[in-house]
Every structure is written in structure tokens, then in C-alpha cells.
Design a protein around this ligand. Structure first.
Ligand SMILES: [Zn+2]
Length: 125
């Protein structure tokens, strides 16, 4: 096994090692490698520090009004362009309903056209 491989394997097993999930042989191999390799020992220390920093991030959750406050702030700063309160049934142009109306209009036109259409059209003998 090359030196690079053993370093890579050592670094890959840090997480399992720190959580005590490493198989005994793998753990022993890693500890032997760590005993002789300052590079991986340093990496492991950095890994632990990073984990410590991450666990400190788990602070108290955001207050309940957080989302509403952010949306209100965006609304104010955009001068009402975003997150406007929708007090109308459709706050913006109701494209869904426009297209539905178009489809209904075309259907009605088609039905009316079908019933009045066949002038001068004869079936092929
Ligand atoms: Zn190493």
C-alpha cells in the first residue's frame, strides 16, 4: 500500500474512529498510522476542532416569527414588490384562469362552428 493510500484511508476513517464505530483491526491500524504520521495526527486534530465548531452551531432555534419578519423586511425594502399581502382573490394577473377562459371560449366556438358548418360538404361516394 502506498503512503498516499494509507493517508487517505486514515483520513476517511476519522469520522467512524471518533464515533467509536471502527472495527478493532481498523482502529488498531489507524492508531498505528497516527503514531507514526504527524500529517494525519494534525488532520485528526483539525477534524476534531471542526466537529467541535459544528456542534457549537446547534444553538437555540429561530423564533417563531422569524420567517414572517424576514418576509416583512423584504416587503418593506422592496417597497412592496415582494411578499405583498394578497387581499384580492388574485394578487397578480391570473394566468391560470385566463387560459381556462380561453380554452372554454375555444371549445364553445368549436361546438357552435361544428353545428353550423357542413355547408357544401358531401360524403365521398
Ligand atoms: Zn498519514
Amino acid at each position: 500500500m502506498s503512503a498516499v493510500d494509507s493517508h487517505t484511508r486514515a483520513v476517511d476513517s476519522f469520522s467512524a474512529y471518533l464515533e467509536g464505530e471502527l472495527a478493532p483491526e481498523a482502529k488498531e491500524a489507524l492508531e498505528q498510522h497516527l503514531a507514526t504520521c504527524i500529517q494525519c495526527r494534525t488532520s485528526l486534530e483539525r477534524f476534531k476542532l471542526t466537529l467541535g465548531g459544528l456542534s457549537r452551531l446547534k444553538g437555540p432555534a429561530a423564533p417563531h416569527s422569524f420567517l414572517a419578519d424576514v418576509q416583512q423586511q423584504i416587503n418593506r425594502r422592496s417597497r412592496g414588490r415582494f411578499f405583498r399581502r394578497r387581499w384580492m382573490l388574485f394578487g397578480r394577473i391570473p394566468f391560470e384562469w385566463l387560459s381556462l377562459a380561453m380554452i372554454v371560449a375555444m371549445l364553445v366556438y368549436y361546438i357552435v362552428f361544428l353545428q353550423t358548418s357542413p355547408t357544401g360538404v358531401r360524403p365521398v361516394p
